[in-house]
Design a protein around this ligand. Sequence first.
Ligand SMILES: Nc1ncnc2c1ncn2[C@@H]1O[C@H](COP(=O)(O)OP(=O)(O)O)[C@@H](O)[C@H]1O
Ligand SMILES: [Mg+2]
Length: 138
Amino acid sequence: MIPDETALDAFAQTLAGELRPGRTIALCGALGAGKTTLVRALVRALHGDDDAVSSPTFVFRNRYEGVPPVEHLDLYRIESPAELAELGLEDAFAPDALVIVEWPEHAPSLLPADALRIDITGVGAGPRTIRVGGGAAV
Ligand SMILES: Nc1ncnc2c1ncn2[C@@H]1O[C@H](COP(=O)(O)OP(=O)(O)O)[C@@H](O)[C@H]1O
Ligand SMILES: [Mg+2]
């Protein structure tokens, strides 16, 4: 159980220690679940700051330079394979980058088969539950 954003930061620190470059995270959860908030927390955990992070809802793609570079894709507004193809997001999946994809279900063909699925449940000011891969919920 993640009662607040301080706990989310602690979760992000632990998760950051387990992620390797080349990994893709499929980040699932309703609008307002905290997907973008978790991306920010992860970038802070990995890079020490999240200066470059802004809400990508209308941007589709943000890259955060650091070690490893973090590519953050938000596919909320993708409605068709043709629209996805126009964006040319394939080069985000570089072997040295950590790629985090919000709304991966909008573009199943884009993600590698070994993407790590993370599910966030809960909205508003309430607590969150996060499930990583097939593991136990925290
Ligand atoms: N424990 C928590 N974990 C994550 N976000 C939380 C938590 N408690 C409150 N929030 C708030 O919920 C909102 C989540 O928004 P956002 O991260 O943009 O969601 P999403 O990207 O999933 O649509 C933020 O305003 C954040 O401050
Ligand atoms: Mg978001």
